[in-house]
Design a binder for this molecule. Structure first.
Ligand code: ATP
Length: 274
């Protein structure tokens, strides 16, 4: 677990030996959540969740605090296991009897806190997983670090100290680190928390731009409705441990579901008196 957290929770769904990772190939994976239930003691936190996330899409899970968004995300990366139900990655179940797959499915999570090592430089943080797993030669690792930093708008910043970066830059370094393993699935937990509106906007554009060059599936958990509406192909709204609506940003905005309308109203109230 600690090793996984060190790399921003990077791993493979079905392969233990990541040194054999094929870094050239990235393919979006589809995820199917089927009748998922989770209890913490007496509390029923996930209530019969059914959800399909399509290969290559940017999918956001929105909703108020405490509704189970993060718990659902943790199930997708196997940090939690369900009391009942299943999650399928490209049709293969991830819980229960150990399954093997000819293909390596890599995932990587970008944490709210960015979870970088302050004692390391930007480049060292980005290259951590590649060096530890020795997936390629040092010269190629340096090229990958440059390439990934370029993708998040931080070209030439590899020698900067991580401790000296702004919150927005740290977030972008954390994304570059996640991209280093060419994940088929990238997950973001509250990516805009603690960011100001301008930095949030830059981050949204970075994520959108990444989608032009990577084919991975992107799953985002956020309270930030505007951010989700701007960057997502589809959005699921969670409330009280259930999914109350799934749709495109336009469909979510037009939704007549009172819970969705209430969430939109409270987050976009406008100016009092106008
Ligand atoms: N390990 C745990 N043990 C006990 N209860 C937990 C655990 N993890 C989460 N919970 C509870 O599950 C519920 C859902 O939590 P979760 O973190 O998924 O909410 P969320 O929708 O992501 O909200 P937030 O945005 O505030 O994190 C909460 O009531 C929380 O207290």
């Amino acid at each position: 677990m600690f090793a996984k957290l060190m790399h921003g929770l990077a791993g493979s769904f079905f392969h233990e030996d990541e040194s054999s990772a094929n870094l050239l190939e990235t393919r979006g994976v589809d995820i199917k959540v089927e009748a998922l239930n989770k209890y913490f003691g007496e509390t029923h936190v996930l209530k019969d969740i059914n959800l399909e996330i399509r290969a290559g899409e940017t999918f956001s899970i929105i909703g108020p605090s405490g509704t189970g968004k993060s718990v659902l995300l943790k199930h997708i990366v196997k940090l939690e296991s369900p009391d009942s139900g299943q999650i399928f990655v490209d049709g293969i179940p991830i819980f229960g009897e150990k399954k093997t797959s000819a293909r390596d499915y890599r995932y990587s999570m970008v944490f709210q806190s960015s979870a970088l090592f302050n004692s390391l430089t930007v480049g060292e943080n980005v290259g951590l997983w590649l060096r530890e797993k020795r997936v390629c030669k040092e010269q190629r690792i340096r090229e990958i670090i440059r390439e990934k930093l370029d993708m998040v708008g931080l070209a030439g910043k590899e020698d900067l100290k991580t401790s000296e970066l702004s919150g927005g830059m740290k977030k972008r370094v954390a994304i570059a680190r996640s991209l280093a393993m060419n994940p088929d699935l990238i997950l973001y937990d509250e990516p805009t928390a603690e960011l100001d509106p301008v930095t949030t906007d830059e981050l949204a554009n970075t994520i959108l731009k990444l989608k032009e060059t990577t084919r991975n599936t992107t799953v985002i958990v956020t309270h930030d409705l505007n951010f989700a509406l701007y960057i997502s192909d589809r959005i699921a709204m969670m409330h009280g441990g259930t999914i109350v609506e799934v749709g495109t940003p336009a469909e979510i905005k037009r939704s007549q579901n009172p819970i969705v309308r209430g969430f939109i109203y409270t987050t976009t109230k406008g100016i009092r008196g106008e």
